[in-house]
Design a protein around this ligand. Structure first.
Ligand code: F6R
Length: 260
């Protein structure tokens, strides 16, 4: 894992967006994996800015979201289908026919999940996956004790996740209890992964994911097995990393040819 610690959320968004933009420039039909939540918003804003200034074309891009709440109608403002449309599809001008979100209202959820994994595979697999991380270490909605090789499926949201996401809903009880999420195995199939995290509440999860044992207790730790994972953090999220000085030193001395 490459660990990059930056001063501000804006710098994190800018650097992560540069990585995504480079992938798209190298492969205009790139498949981009999208996360929802607060962490990646600066990435999407930066990419939208590049598109507006004609520095980036996303005409050929296809995108797959990580997860969706179960039972929330697509039109609900907090369904991830709505969030992705508002935060990503519209601002970047992506072709809506090329943007996919798991179906949390399917009659047969299991079949819908299998179709979702098949659609990702049929698109050629994810070239670059954007990730956030939950305070409990989840990526996607793979809550602690998720199988490290899981595929897209139904999950019960952890109580902490429901409490954390209550800020998006009128009342805490309105947060759905279940979701469909790409599995850890699905996420690990992405050719490149960029995880962004900001704030002290993410510090324990980041420490476990990066320096802890690989364990389903902290699902994000599975990324230690990924051949090309970059974590871009602010100082607060990096606060509990014991090798912080080493990560700073490594990034400061990164050879020019390895920079992006
Ligand atoms: C969202 C997702 C989650 C979030 C995580 C962090 O699609 O898959 O793993 O990335 O819950 O959420 P924020 O960024 O809101 O702190």
């Amino acid at each position: 894992m490459e660990i990059i610690i930056l001063a501000t959320p804006a710098e994190i968004g800018e650097l992560a967006a540069r990585k995504v933009a480079r992938t798209i420039q190298q492969k205009p039909t790139a498949v981009v994996g999208l996360a929802t939540g607060s962490s990646p918003l600066a990435i999407y804003a930066e990419l939208a800015d590049q598109v507006r200034h004609r520095a980036l074309s996303v005409a050929g891009v296809r995108a797959f979201a990580l997860d969706e709440y179960v039972g929330l109608p697509v039109e609900h403002p907090q369904s991830y289908a709505s969030v992705i449309r508002r935060e990503v599809t519209e601002p970047l001008g992506l072709d809506p026919a090329h943007v996919f979100v798991p179906d949390g209202c399917a009659k047969d959820l299991e079949a819908a999940c299998q179709r979702y994994d098949a659609a990702i595979a049929a698109a050629g697999g994810v070239d670059i996956q954007i990730l956030g991380i939950g305070a409990n270490g989840h990526i996607g909605f793979n809550e602690p004790t998720s199988s490290l090789s899981s595929r897209t499926r139904l999950k019960t949201l952890a109580l902490q996740t429901r409490a954390d996401n209550a800020r998006f809903f009128d009342r805490p009880d309105d947060v759905p209890t279940h979701c469909v999420t790409q599995g850890l195995g699905t996420i690990m199939d992405a050719r490149e992964v960029v995880l962004v995290a900001q704030g002290t509440e993410k510090a324990p999860a980041i420490a476990s994911a990066v320096e802890g044992p690989v364990s389903a207790r902290c699902p994000g730790s599975v990324l230690q097995f990924h051949p090309h994972a970059t974590l871009i953090l602010d100082e607060a999220a990096a606060a509990q990393l014991t090798l912080r000085d080493y990560y700073h030193h490594t990034y400061a001395n990164k050879p020019d040819w390895q920079r992006f």
